[in-house]
Design a binder for this molecule. Structure first.
Ligand SMILES: NC(=O)CC[C@H](N)C(=O)O
Length: 254
């Protein structure tokens, strides 16, 4: 679809507000939107106007063009989402409507198609990323840490301070050809960030940021820093995706 260069476009971004860093995400989203609109004064295409809302109901979810699933506890989030009748609408939002969605920490767990170290009996996931995550990869709450990340997609040398709190990592990218989903055939999982494995846990790097089409996931919590760069980057991705009209029924409204 063409973008109306005169009428400001509206984009509603939701943050799932069942628990976790909801206010923190909204605050960084607001700062990111301000930064984007100040950057766009020279651009021929105006930056859309953003509205940020908390999402606790299916009615609120249906207003959203894009969504963040914050950190917290994925087991609790799944149980509460199921009770509120949100789990299937969330699956529809991510996997059928394919609207831009970003999960941080527990949000990444929810967006994975499989998880290990789950609670006994397993836990419900939303899916959308063809990956298996390992929950609590770095141990318990007291083993939380902050580590410098080099994230090439930010196109800046300055490292990003990654806050890891009982963080998951992507332990496997699911690529089995016999059971490949439509999405797997169309869009590959891209590794957008890694972090050196802690001593004594093997060689190489853990995968801590991935994207597959409309879905983005980070192991760490950018919303718990005052570094707005990933929120700015993601909002730009949202605008591009909505302008390109990818996904079912996803487009900018004037
Ligand atoms: N900080 C977090 O979001 C922790 C995630 C938590 N370990 C889970 O699996 O849900």
């Amino acid at each position: 679809m063409t973008v109306d260069a005169v009428t400001p476009q509206q984009i509603t971004v939701g943050v799932l507000a069942l628990q976790g860093g909801v206010i923190e995400h909204i605050s960084l989203l607001q700062k990111a939107a301000t930064q984007l609109s100040s950057q766009s004064t020279e651009s021929p295409t105006p930056t859309p106007q953003f509205t940020f809302i908390q999402v606790r109901t299916t009615a609120q979810l249906s207003q959203c063009d894009a969504l963040i699933l914050p950190g917290g506890e994925s087991t609790t989030m799944a149980i509460v989402a199921r009770r509120l009748g949100l789990l299937d609408p969330l699956r529809e939002f991510v996997k059928v409507q394919r609207k831009p969605t970003w999960g941080t920490c527990a949000g990444l767990v929810m967006l994975a198609s499989a998880a290990s170290a789950t609670k006994q009996g397993g836990q419900e996931l939303i899916g959308g990323l063809d990956v298996k995550v390992l929950r609590n990869r770095y141990g318990t709450q007291i083993q939380s840490f902050v580590g410098d990340l080099r994230l090439p997609f930010l196109e800046e040398e300055k490292p990003f301070r990654g806050v890891f709190i009982r963080a998951p990592v992507v332990e496997e990218i699911i690529t089995s050809s016999s059971s490949a989903s439509e999405k797997q055939r169309a869009e590959q999982v891209e590794i957008l960030g890694t972090y050196p494995k802690p001593q004594g846990t093997g060689k190489g790097e853990d995968i801590v940021a991935v994207r597959q089409g409309n879905v983005f996931g980070t192991s760490f919590h950018p919303e718990l820093t005052d570094d707005v760069r990933i929120h700015v980057w993601w909002l730009k991705q949202v605008v591009e995706e909505l302008r390109s009209g990818r996904g079912e029924g996803v487009q900018l409204q004037s």
